[in-house]
Design a binder for this molecule. Structure first.
Ligand code: ADP
Length: 261
């Protein structure tokens, strides 16, 4: 009883977009969206002449509007093509910006895919140096179709050091390999918790699991992002840390990772 599948489209480039990077996690709640937003901002912070956009393909749980502090309505141009909403220098598009009665939460596969297709093809993205795509979590049909449909220059996988997340991360790398998308590396999020009072470090989700996985399967560990209150607080208040605390050690980590991609 699978929902009807959308026709396989060719990997058509998106007009005016030089590079498409996808940020993927094969499990929910590991910090994929937080990482995607901070990376997109870091790409621009490293070189303010760069034009960067972020597409929220996590149609069931769009978090870009909150993270980027943006709201609809979305307007269209004279050709009926949607105009992205801009903040902090990024062009953004998300189903979360659309009217409430279009709530995508219960959408089935085909509708999800056509929503993603629309956000890719029916938005004035160009000119852009980088379009960062916040992928839906998982390695199911939606992710596979997406990876087959858009011209992806590189995939970045976010995982915690935990076994459970790692099993999925491995599956993610395998999925991208199948559709011939190069995996640029793994980001180990929530790598360590550092007590803000005494500085003691605690490996809540295990120690360096993603680093070991990266080594084992021969891909790069792009960086370790600690579990810190400030990352969550800044995300919750719609001012990601790369924007609100650009000199913080955490923001520096995102900027260092952005130099590698
Ligand atoms: P996902 O997109 O994988 O579902 P989110 O980016 O929405 O995950 O993150 C889940 C929660 O964890 C959010 O509340 C977010 O603020 C928080 N979070 C993510 N990364 C970190 C981090 N490094 N330190 C602290 N909190 C984090």
């Amino acid at each position: 009883n699978r929902p009807p599948q959308p026709p396989i489209a060719k990997k058509l480039p998106i007009a005016g977009v030089k590079q498409v990077l996808v940020v993927s996690s094969c499990k929910g709640g590991v910090g994929k969206s937080t990482t995607a937003v901070n990376l997109a901002l870091a790409l621009r912070a490293n070189d303010p002449t760069r034009l960067v956009g972020i597409l929220d393909a996590d149609v069931h749980g769009p978090s870009i509007p909150k993270l980027m502090n943006i709201k609809g309505p979305v307007f269209v141009n004279e050709k009926n093509i949607m105009l992205p909403i801009q903040n902090y220098g990024l062009k953004c598009m998300s189903m979360g910006l659309m009217a409430g009665d279009m709530a995508p939460i219960v959408w089935r596969g085909l509708m999800v895919m056509s929503a993603i297709q629309q956000m890719l093809r029916q938005v004035v993205w160009g000119p852009l140096d980088y379009l960062v795509v916040d992928m839906p979590p998982g390695t199911g049909d939606a992710q596979l179709t997406l990876a087959q449909n858009i011209p992806i220059d590189g995939a970045i996988i976010v995982s915690t050091p935990q076994d459970l997340a790692l099993v999925d991360a491995r599956r993610g790398v395998e999925m991208f390999r199948k559709v011939e998308v190069p995996t640029l590396g793994i980001i180990q999020n929530m790598s360590v918790f550092q007590c803000p009072n005494c500085g003691h470090e605690e490996h809540i989700f295990g120690k360096n699991g993603a680093g070991e996985l990266a080594k084992e399967i021969g891909i790069e560990l792009l960086g370790d992002i600690p579990l810190t209150g400030i990352i969550r607080e800044m995300s919750d208040s719609g001012k990601p840390i790369v924007i609100s605390e650009p000199e913080s050690p955490q923001a520096q980590i995102y900027k260092e990772i952005a130099k590698k991609i």
